[in-house]
Each structure stands twice: as C-alpha cells, then as structure tokens.
Design a protein around this ligand. Structure first.
Ligand SMILES: [Zn+2]
Length: 461
C-alpha cells in the first residue's frame, strides 16, 4: 500500500456510518468473522472488575491482557499466555457486574489452571501480530468502507478457532470451583455466576448451533450447576452485592457498547429521550453521532461534561465527533483535554495525534510526531499509531522515517512481505548506521526473507 493510498483511506474515516452495514458485514465475513475492538474506558472498567480476581488467582493483573471481541454472540475464552477474551455480547447479556465478574473468574480458573496448555492449544506463537484491535469510534467511522479498514484490521478465522476449543468436563468443573475460591478471596459473591448459568439454562435443550458459543463448550448440566450452587452457598461473602459505583460503570459500558455496535434506531428506542440518566444520555450522544446529527451529539455530550468535567472519555468522544464531522480545529482542544486528564493512554494520544496530523501545519506536525511516539512507546503494536506517524513524517518531507513507520505498521499487522518492501525503501533513504537504519534492517530480517531476497537486498544486519 502506498502512502498516497493510505492518506486517501484516512480521508474515508471522515464519514461516520453504521457499523453493521451489509458491506461491513461482508467484509467481516471475508476476513473470517470478528475482530478485536478497543476502548480505553471499557478496558479500564473491565480491569477494575477483573483485577481483584486475577490477584486472588495469584496472577499479576498488569500481565493479564483483557481483549474485547466485537461479536454479538455471548462468549468468553482464554488463550495461551495470560489472555482473556470477552465478547461484547457477553457484556451486553450480563445483567450485573457480579455476573460478569463471575464469568471472568471462571475463565481465570482456566488460565490459572493451565487448562489451555493441557488441551494442546498453547502452540499459537503467531498470536502476537494478530491481536490488533481498533477503537470503537474508528470502527464506527470506517465500517461502511471496507477499503478504509484494510490497512488496520487483521482479523482472522483465528478467533473462531480458539473460541471453540473445548475443555473437558473435569476442567470445567475445576474452573467453576476455582472461580468461587477467587471470588471469595476477592470479597465477591459467586451468586452472579450461578444466576448467569441459570439465566441460560434454557439453552441446554438447543442443538449446538443454536446455542451461544459459550454454552457449547460449557454444558450447563444439573450436576454442574448443583455443585457450583452448593459451593457458593457456603461462601462467607455470599451476600455481598455490587457497589453503586460498579453498577454505574457497568451501565456505562453497556450503553457505550450498544450505541457503538448497534444501529442508532435500536439505541434510541432502548434509551428514549425520557431517560435522562448519565448512561442514557451517553448512549444517545453516540447514536446522534452515528446519525451524523453533530449538533445534537455535541449538545448531549456537553450536558454530560457539565456533570463530569474531569471525565477524559467524554472529551475523547467530543473530539471524535468533531473530528469525524470535519471540524478538526475544534476537535483539537477536546482531544487535548482528554490527554491532560489521562496523560499516558495510548488511544487518547493517538486521537490527538490524528487531529494534529489532519491540521497539517508544521508546528502541529512536529507535535504530532512527539505525541504519536509517546503513544507508540506505550503500545508498540498499534498499527493506526504507526500509520499516522508515517503520514506525519511524509508531510514533513521525512521520506525515510515515513517508510520506516509504514514498515512498522505492516510488521505489526503480520503483513511481513509489505513490511519488508517498506523497510528496504526506508533503508535506502535513512542515514547508514543510524538507529532508524538499524531498525529497518531488523524488520527486514524479521520479515522472514528467502536467501535469494536477502542477497538482492544485500548487506543487512
Ligand atoms: Zn469454561
């Protein structure tokens, strides 16, 4: 992909469209289904929910990666390393934080119990480059134009593969028991997990293809629910209930996911104007944005900001709405405010960087480079960050640096042949033996070139 093409594709984001348009769906199917979605606020809430459980399981919460899978199907699964995957559908179906935390505790039971390794699925060394997610807002903005996503999404049939890895009944039962142990240690009730299973017990009579994926590999037999219930009923913390703060965050997460992932019609009917709650207004603001009713979206976001002026995610949303409406100059201070309020969040930095690149004047381009490098230092494998950095360098006339950043973008997408092409070009343009020149060589070597290709490039390493 040339940089010119990438710039044209970037322009496509300016049109806000629905996520689940037929085109986007076709694209997703072509790519083998679902992709990861990113959202700093939701990731933060999921960690607040999950971290006490991870600690109770003896895991370092900073090393547990929670991935949000953009899929309406109810599912959660774990994979090699400390990777916990949660479908957006699960969050929307979990009625309380305690139910969601219960399911997370069950999956943590599989992780801490090393069940993946035993079922032989640990050999997914290629997992790294595939775990690329896109911000909810970016997804919404590019959804109608599959072309716009081409340089950013590497979704694959991979999730379909790992999400259906069955565990043995014994492993399921051990994960249930471990879940209650962790919940108790974390001061949480196991009631939510029991309730969650009971809510979906009706699915047991369905054929497998009609069941939610989660219940294909988690059969809800009477024995299983009975064993779990007996254990939960003995818990000293059985009567613990969700805090008002946890309930409020759960409601925000659900409102935001529904509004970003479903059509605005459904959102506006689930959150009618009569609902003046914080999550209700939050959901409507996103629905208005998706309907390109920018003025209404901004008025609604401003009402939320009046309630919570120190909430970085409201400023993030405001910046995004303005940016997608082409009001770049107004988007800048909003994104700047979100970064001031939460200085090291890569996705917030990338939003600001994107706006500065779009404004295009030299002073802002220099700042964009600093801001994007800051984001990429915290999150090296973010392809959107690298793509924007490449554009910033290109606008500055730094052709070598621009090609190197494009090589990084492709490298982290797992597109090794393209990464090599850009790295070879970067190497020709960069100063010999500079750190950047060496990085270009590293990418060439890491791109699995044939002996013949290496010979043609010459003098690498
Ligand atoms: Zn399980």
């Amino acid at each position: 992909m040339s940089l010119d093409q990438s710039q044209r594709r970037a322009a496509v984001w300016l049109t806000a469209v629905l996520l689940l348009t037929p085109t986007a769906r076709a694209f997703a199917q072509e790519q083998g289904g679902v992709s990861l979605v990113r959202d700093t606020e939701i990731e933060e809430i999921l960690h607040q929910d999950g971290d006490p459980i991870f600690v109770a399981a003896g895991l370092d919460p900073r090393s547990v990666q929670i991935h949000l899978v953009g899929d309406k199907e109810l599912n959660a699964f774990s994979a090699g390393g400390l990777q916990l995957f949660i479908n957006t559908g699960l969050i929307l179906e979990a009625k309380t934080p305690n139910e969601l935390i219960g399911v997370m505790a069950h999956e943590t039971g599989h992780i801490a119990g090393g069940h993946i390794a035993r079922s032989g699925a640990a050999g997914h060394a290629a997992l790294g480059p595939l775990l690329i997610g896109l911000g909810l807002g970016v997804l919404a903005a590019i959804a109608g134009s599959p072309d716009g996503a081409a340089g950013l999404i590497y979704s694959s049939g991979y999730f379909a593969e790992i999400s259906v890895l069955g565990y043995s009944r014994e492993q399921e039962s051990r994960a249930d028991q471990a879940a209650v142990t962790y919940l108790e240690r974390a001061g949480e009730s196991g009631r939510g997990l029991v309730d969650f299973f009971n809510n979906f017990r009706y699915q047991e009579v369905f054929d497998d293809e009609k069941k939610f994926p989660f219940f294909r590999d988690h059969p809800l037999t009477d024995d299983r629910i009975e064993a779990l219930t007996v254990r939960v009923n003995q818990q000293p913390h059985l009567g613990m209930t969700d805090t008002p703060e946890a309930i409020a965050k759960h409601a925000i997460m659900r409102a935001k996911l529904e509004a970003f992932l479903y059509g605005p019609g459904q959102t506006l009917s689930d959150y009618p104007l009569s609902d003046q709650s914080f999550p209700g207004r939050y959901a409507r603001a996103i629905a208005y944005y998706k309907e390109t009713e920018t003025a209404r979206a901004i008025t609604t976001i401003d009402s939320l900001i009046a309630d919570q002026p120190g909430n970085p995610y409201l400023w993030e949303l405001k910046g995004q709405v303005l940016f997608e409406a082409g009001r770049t100059k107004e988007a800048e201070p909003a994104h700047r405010r979100s970064v001031e309020l939460k200085p090291d969040a890569p996705l917030l930095l990338i939003n600001l960087g994107q706006t500065l690149v779009a404004e295009g004047d030299p002073k802002r381009l220099s700042e964009a480079v600093v801001v994007l490098k800051h984001a990429l230092a915290a999150e090296q494998d973010n392809p959107l960050g690298w793509r924007l950095l490449s554009e910033a360098y290109d606008s500055q006339g730094e052709a070598g640096q621009a090609r190197l950043a494009a090589a990084e973008q492709n490298f982290y997408l797992g597109q090794l042949a393209d990464a090599r092409v850009f790295a070879v070009r970067a190497r020709e343009l960069l100063k010999k033996d500079s750190p950047e020149w060496r990085r270009a060589n590293d990418i060439i070597l890491a791109s699995q070139p044939t002996a013949k290709q290496l010979k043609e490039i010459g003098d690498v390493g």
